[in-house]
Design a binder for this molecule. Structure first.
Ligand SMILES: *Cc1c(COP(=O)(O)O)cnc(C)c1O
Length: 305
């Protein structure tokens, strides 16, 4: 991303982008890599229906619906909140992809898990075998897909110094840390879960017990959570504008916009410097832009130096 790099004061060869938003399945995004493995596991186990959970605009839910369609497996999505009057963004695609939606009401993480289990029990009572794909696809199996992605990235760019990535359920960062080591991965917490660092750590330890990783090894920025998951801030708007206007790259307001804001802050603070090779991992999420209440009409953020 030479124009963005130079705009931020880096060299033209310092800033790169890994396009995990461009996978061929269901609109793309990081969850496709995890689902390749978690869906395979569910099928091996003999599942004839797959259940997963998420926020109403969950990219993971949308891609699970797409993977199920591709594999001929019915998908049940257990979503937080209540059935909205209008369905936009990921929700519209969930419907188009043929998923069955179940609304769990205003619940916390545990409540959502309980609602998923209730769906699985209901399926079992009618003689079906329900495979449960974890929240965000983040168990050790799903995170292992990002260990492979980390190796792929290193193969593509052996001189890589750092990758910047959004953190939600933690599997993406954990896999990258397992492949690249903690110093080369900067996570930007999006506020999707209250315990992001603990989740990344747990998954990293599961993938690579011999590393002896601890929480203090991990580089996770939590200053972009702002007023909470999904709440748009001027930092995020500025990142979305800059990526779009210098590179023609579209970020989403929930995940990649925050990661972009974390990248920009890192350069301004001097933790990301010229002469290093920094890769921004674009993890997808574009449909979420069209399901977000505050982005339209677009309000410009004045330029900063
Ligand atoms: C889920 C998601 C992330 C975060 O990935 P985790 O593995 O859940 O931490 C980042 N970006 C987008 C677009 C996502 O949908």
């Amino acid at each position: 991303m030479p124009r963005l790099g130079v705009h931020l004061g880096l060299g033209p060869d310092d800033l790169w982008i890994k396009r995990d938003d461009l996978f061929g399945l269901g609109g793309g995004g990081n969850k496709a890599r995890k689902l390749e493995r978690t869906m395979a596991q569910a099928m091996q186990w003999g599942a004839d229906v797959v259940i997963t959970s998420g926020a109403p605009q969950s990219n993971h839910a949308r891609l699970t619906a797409a993977a199920g369609a591709r594999l001929g497996l019915p998908v049940v999505l257990v979503l937080e909140g209540v059935d909205p009057d209008t369905e936009s963004g990921n929700l519209l695609l969930d419907r188009m992809l043929g998923a069955h939606l179940v609304w769990a009401g205003e619940v916390d993480g545990e409540g959502l898990e309980a609602a998923v289990q209730a769906e699985a029990d209901a399926a079992a009572s009618t003689g079906r075998k329900a495979g449960i794909i974890p929240f965000g696809g983040s168990n050790a199996v799903g995170a292992g897909a990002y260990e492979e992605a980390g190796r792929e990235l290193l193969h593509q760019m052996p001189t890589l110094d750092r990758v910047v990535v959004a953190v939600g359920s933690g599997g993406t960062m954990a896999g990258l840390v397992s492949a690249l080591g903690p110093d080369r991965v900067t996570g930007v917490d999006t506020g999707a879960v209250p315990d992001a660092v603990e989740r990344v750590l747990g998954l990293w330890q599961a993938l690579d017990p011999s590393a002896g990783g601890t929480a203090t090894d991990l580089v996770v920025r939590d200053d972009l959570v702002g007023r909470g998951y999904g709440v748009l801030s001027d930092d995020i708007r500025e990142a979305m504008q800059l990526f779009a206007r210098t590179e023609g790259v579209i970020l989403d307001p929930v995940y990649t916009g925050r990661a972009g804001a974390g990248l920009i802050s890192g350069v301004r603070e001097g933790t990301i410097t010229a002469g290093e090779r920094t890769v921004f991992l674009h993890s997808g999420g574009l449909p979420g832009l069209f399901g977000h209440a505050d982005v339209s009409p677009w309000r410009d953020v004045p330029p900063r130096d």
